[in-house]
Design a protein around this ligand. Structure first.
Ligand code: MRU
Length: 340
């Protein structure tokens, strides 16, 4: 099964907060159920958020009783507003909404034609994500040697996308080419996407994975246990890569140890209209840090910071792997140099 599917007016997906202990399938029927699933991170990962945003509009269109085209456009605008307010950092979510709404406004036809278009476009976004990930895998696998150990952070796998994954797509493609590749997964505090999701999906697919805590990354690099780092991205801006909190630390450690640091992401994650300073970094509730699961681990009444993402300046990024190929510093530093 893909991570997200359209079943004639219902969006079927997996509740990622319950993995790996339980496999709970969600059947989402409308935009507010989708918004709730995104906010509570039952659905997460930038490319998957793009597909989910598209399907939120598809659900709105499918169940609409709008009598006119204008009425349906208004309903779609209201649905998009709800989805835009869920999570601010991953650009794919905004990209998918803008793509569908922009095209919908331009096409002719009545409300029924428009609804059919929106549903098809949402499905297309999901299909294109799978195709992009396979291409990312194909391009990225050229950088991988037989026997490489790849460190990854958070979950940039099939679960974070519609299928196959970005960073883990590169691992899958290298294995498909017959290279023996192993993964070290950093647990990714506070929500443990590495421990819960990356290890789960790699184990499920028979890929060798070793779990470490975030604090062990320097140790494994110093001991030469890591050949390459590959991570995903939530937004690639003119001067930096924005990804799960902890990614910047991994990149600095990789540079210090002369380990290549690759970012694998589809072009739907690129946002070269902005710099990192102009992006809202999501701040999540303190309980995610003071608790592990439902268990409180910190003293009451303390200050807590919980930014969900951090900023990795381009100087730490060896190359960006996207569906169009491997983009080295010459490509993306031109966006930074235009800022000077
Ligand atoms: O908060 P999350 O779990 O949605 O964050 C996910 C990440 O940071 C991923 O690395 C990123 O979205 C890329 S997924 C291919």
């Amino acid at each position: 099964m893909r991570t997200i599917e359209w079943h004639d007016g219902t969006v079927v997906t997996i509740d990622q907060t319950k993995l790996p202990n339980e496999t709970v399938i969600l059947n989402l029927k409308n935009c507010s159920e989708m918004a709730d699933a995104i906010k509570t991170m039952k659905i997460r990962g930038a490319p998957l958020l793009g597909a989910a945003a598209g399907f939120a509009l598809a659900l709105t269109a499918h169940h609409s009783r709008a009598a006119s085209r204008d009425e349906l456009i208004n309903e779609l605008d209201s649905a998009a507003k709800i989805i835009r307010a869920t999570r601010p950092t991953a650009v794919n979510l905004f990209w998918a909404l803008d793509r569908i709404l922009g095209k919908a406004r331009a096409i002719p036809g009545n409300a029924a034609d428009l609804a059919a278009f929106v549903i098809e476009e949402a499905k297309k976004i999901a299909d294109e994500d799978v195709a992009a990930n396979h291409l990312i895998g194909k391009h990225g696998a050229k950088l991988i040697q037989d026997g490489d150990v790849i460190l990854t952070h958070c979950n940039a796998g099939a679960l974070a996308t519609v299928d196959y994954g970005t960073a883990l797509g590169v691992v899958r493609a290298a294995l498909e080419q017959g290279k023996l590749v192993k993964v070290i997964a950093a647990e990714t505090r506070p929500l443990l996407q590495g421990a819960r999701l990356t290890t789960y999906e790699l184990k499920r697919d028979g890929i060798q994975v070793t779990l470490i805590t975030d604090g062990m990354i320097g140790y494994v690099m110093h001991k030469r246990m890591v050949d390459k780092v590959i991570v995903g991205a939530d937004r690639i801006v003119r001067d930096a890569v924005i990804n799960k909190i902890g990614t910047f630390t991994v990149s600095v450690l990789a540079k210090e140890h002369k380990i290549p640091f690759y970012v694998a992401a589809p072009t739907s994650t690129f946002d070269f209209t902005r710099t990192a300073e102009e992006v809202v970094i999501e701040e999540r509730k303190p309980e995610e840090v003071t608790h592990i699961g439902s268990q409180r681990i910190a003293a009451e009444g303390i200050g807590v910071l919980n930014p969900a993402f951090d900023i990795t300046p381009f100087k730490y990024v060896t190359a960006i792997i996207c569906e169009n190929g491997v983009l080295d510093k010459r490509y993306y530093s031109k966006f930074s140099s235009q800022l000077l």
